[in-house]
Ligand binder design. Structure first.
Ligand code: 8OZ
Length: 373
């Protein structure tokens, strides 16, 4: 049988296939608390080798969008426990994506209506999603952030540690550190955003310092073999830019090779868009990135994402170019995506209108093959 469908592992997490459900923001957890609908949604998708949850805020300060879940209140953690129990009851595995949005937020979502925090004082040319008094959703420009003082960073690193511990206590098989898509960690990595002159800005080493402080504390807390990380070297998402991404991401993966991580998750190209997107004048060399990781002793599963279809996924895993392939949107509209890929069955179309916010429609009502008319 094709390798894609055979069992494998990521660190200490045993997977029944090489297919991963990518993190997908759905804005269906009012109060930041996972609810019955969320339990059902993840339960339906448990045949994935691994589910990575939607991005989940480690603190209220890390919140940037209405109705996204959190990892910090007792109610949220109880809600997540019901999700992890449901996925495990189906024989699935699930890690939580740990999120701090940094400047991709809005004052109204922040503690005491304060400014979102970032590596910079510069506002992102980006939008966030808010829910109005009447329950309707709308996109709004992100608010002006304030640059964190270096002395505040240990407090945020401690927030990551606490959230990682809480995640394991809530039954997750591990965590994925969200270091992609222009959120807080990426706001330190990218030269187009980070304008600091202290030990967290300027050189490649300095811009990666915050990332490694987070990786260090989480791997110490829960063990490296259940810790993964997601990076997006060239994405322009959320106003992120770096015309020379290869050196810093090489430095990042070489540093990550010192830990015995579960997986490295790489978004190739522009998140949710062009796989061949490039910043600067040279295409990003993903093969060289992986080679640098392995040459430095890195052994984590190499996970790739962005625009994969059945054939590309099969070839990618068969050839060894990657160990795991993460599918995003196809998992929204196909709860039984694994079975469909196995059978080379047709896929349900995605309803764009129900991606963000709302109720069961476009969330838990996509039919599986055996229930389809
Ligand atoms: C889409 C809408 C809102 C957030 C990401 C967490 O890009 C997200 C996200 C995606 O990583």
């Amino acid at each position: 049988m094709t390798k894609l469908f055979q069992p494998t592992e990521a660190g200490d997490i045993a997977l029944r296939n090489h297919i991963v459900m990518a993190p997908l923001t759905r804005n269906r957890s009012p109060g930041a608390i996972p609810n019955d609908l969320n339990v059902e949604y993840y339960r339906q998708r448990a045949s994935a080798g691994l589910i990575i949850t939607e991005a989940t805020a480690i603190t209220q300060q890390g919140q940037g969008y209405a109705d996204v879940p959190g990892l910090y209140s007792k109610e949220a953690l109880d809600g997540w426990k019901r999700v992890t129990d449901a996925v495990h009851a189906e024989g699935g595995k699930i890690v939580v994506q740990m999120w701090h949005v940094g400047r991709i937020s809005h004052n109204t979502l922040q503690p005491n209506g304060g400014k979102p925090v970032s590596s910079t004082n510069t506002v992102a040319k980006s939008k966030t999603y808010l829910v109005n008094e009447d329950g309707t959703g709308s996109f709004a420009p992100t608010s002006e952030p304030r640059a964190l003082e270096a002395s505040e960073i240990p407090g945020i690193v401690e927030d990551y540690r606490k959230a990682a511990r809480a995640a394991i206590d809530a039954g997750f098989d591990g965590v994925e550190i969200h270091a992609a898509n222009g959120y807080l960690i990426d706001q330190f990595l990218r030269s187009g955003i980070n304008d600091r002159t202290d030990q967290y800005g300027g050189s490649v080493e300095n811009r990666a310092r915050f990332l490694f402080e987070v990786v260090d504390v989480i791997t110490k807390e829960i063990g490296p073999r259940r810790t993964g990380i997601r990076i997006s070297p060239v994405t322009p998402a959320n106003d992120s830019s770096d015309p020379d991404a290869q050196p810093i991401f090489t430095y990042v993966v070489e540093g990550l090779a010192r830990y015995d991580l579960a997986f490295i998750h790489v978004i190739e190209g522009a998140t949710g868009g062009d796989r061949n997107y490039q910043q600067g004048d040279k295409p990003f060399d993903y093969a060289a990135l992986r080679a640098a990781y392995e040459k430095t002793g890195g052994k984590a599963s190499w996970m790739v994402n962005n625009g994969y279809d059945r054939n590309l996924a099969i070839d990618t895993v068969e050839s060894g170019r990657a160990d795991l392939v993460a599918f995003g949107k196809p998992f929204i509209s196909n709860p039984d995506l694994v079975e469909r890929l196995k059978d080379n069955a047709p896929l349900n179309d995605l309803d764009q209108a129900t991606l963000y916010g709302g109720g069961p429609k476009g969330y838990v009502d996509y039919p599986a093959l055996d229930t389809a008319a």
